[in-house]
Write a protein that binds this ligand. Structure first.
Ligand code: LMR
Length: 397
């Protein structure tokens, strides 16, 4: 059975962490994976999470099975967060939400659901997109195509290319969109451009699948969730995967969700019943701890406020690192212009570094980035930034 099995390639993102962990260089930096580190280079345990865990420990409870679609309080809190507490789709019971294993889990549930009910659709992802989008939808059985997105010349969005492509994609196609903080480029659409995208997607009968893994890392929680609300108001169907890995620093707890907006409440009830079948035949039901922590924080006003402040702190620190990155490179590599880095949103910068430069950074300086040149700005701090900037300045010479 195993004799003819070939070695699979390393994962393009998590494989970098494997290589980084094995590196003995004391100056090593992992700018590969999308993880927020604090100024000490540590993944933070948020104070709101610590307090929620303390509250939960005051009344220790046995861990029975959660419902197939997760903790009810969690699903409700997620809906209010992604659609807004006063959302019509919630009032009209047109939105259903299932707790999922991180944002990736939400995407996978949506992909499996769509393969069952829209088996002939093809999937369209941005060029470029998160490395795992293509692999995930292909492994669910879809043909995956690209729509134009990034313009290397302007370091921004090739909107004409994107909208032109959306106008030609066949009705019923699944279009994966990054609701905010585009991964990997950090280049987001403007409000006016989103309006046009929503109109084209709705009029042409495309199925939007919004990936929102970085809510709160762009301009704020409500600001970053705006596009989800606009899509929901446009009528549905809409798929949304969201994640608390980054925004709650709960990576290993695998806390995320899949929400689906249906056209009527009756449709929504049938959709949820089928979604539960997808979950039950996959991993049965989700784990308890992460969902309880997030539900506790989101539904306790004092903790919710603390979370918003802590999330704002992460957002601001990343922006400071973007500024420092650009200013320091101006000194060390005056022939190059990195001003675009301060315009990018979220954790990442599509730095423009080439694959040979990324290789050199890793081999000679123990600085790990994604092969495409994506770097995680949230992994920079006041201690490692000078070393990283010196190295980048040398490899781009
Ligand atoms: C990333 O893009 O680095 C993160 O979303 C982590 C992951 O699962 O790939």
């Amino acid at each position: 059975l195993f004799a003819s099995i070939e070695m699979a390639p390393r994962d393009p993102i998590l494989g970098i962490t494997e290589a980084y962990n094995a590196d003995k260089n004391p100056n090593k930096s992992n700018l590969g994976v999308g993880v927020y580190y604090d100024d000490n280079g540590k993944v933070p345990l948020l104070e709101c999470v610590r307090k929620a865990e303390a509250l939960l420990m005051e009344k220790p409870a046995a861990r029975s099975y959660l419902p197939i679609d997760g903790l009810a309080a969690y699903d409700k809190a997620v809906q209010e967060l992604v659609f807004g507490a006063d959302s019509k789709v919630i009032q009209e019971k047109r939105a259903v939400t299932a707790q999922a294993l991180g944002g990736t889990g939400g995407l996978k549930l949506g992909a499996d659901f769509l393969k069952r009910f829209s088996p002939n659709s093809q999937v369209w992802i941005s060029d470029p997109s998160w490395e795992n989008h293509r692999a995930l939808f292909e492994s669910a059985g879809f043909v995956v195509n690209n729509y134009p997105y990034y313009d290397a010349a302007t370091k921004g969005v090739n909107f004409e290319g994107m909208i032109g492509s959306l106008k030609t994609i066949p009705a019923g196609s699944i279009v994966v969109l990054h609701a905010c903080c585009h991964n990997p480029t950090g280049a987001d659409l403007t409000d006016a451009q989103w309006k046009e995208v929503i109109q084209v997607v709705t009029e042409r009968g495309l199925i939007p699948f919004l990936d929102m893994a970085y809510q709160g890392f762009g301009d704020g929680i409500a600001e970053d969730g705006k596009v989800v609300r606009q899509f929901a108001e446009a009528g549905g169907p809409v798929f949304i995967s969201n994640s608390f890995s980054k925004s709650f620093s709960l990576y290993g707890e695998r806390v995320g969700a899949l929400s689906i907006v249906a056209v009527t409440a009756d449709e929504a009830a049938r959709v949820l019943s089928q979604l539960k079948r997808v979950i039950r035949t996959n991993y049965s039901n989700p784990p308890t701890h992460g969902g309880q922590v997030v539900a506790t924080v989101l539904s306790t006003p004092e903790l919710r406020k603390l979370w918003e402040d802590e999330l704002a702190g992460m957002r601001v620190r990343i922006r400071e690192m973007r500024e420092a990155f650009v200013n320091k490179l101006k000194e060390k590599a005056p022939d190059h212009n990195f001003d675009f880095v301060t315009k990018q949103r979220g954790m990442f910068s599509y730095s423009g570094l080439t694959k040979p430069q990324v290789d050199k950074l890793r081999d000679e300086y123990a600085i790990y980035a994604v092969d495409t040149g994506r770097i995680c700005v949230a992994a920079l701090n006041t201690r490692n930034i000078d070393y990283v900037i010196d190295a980048i300045a040398k490899v781009i010479k």
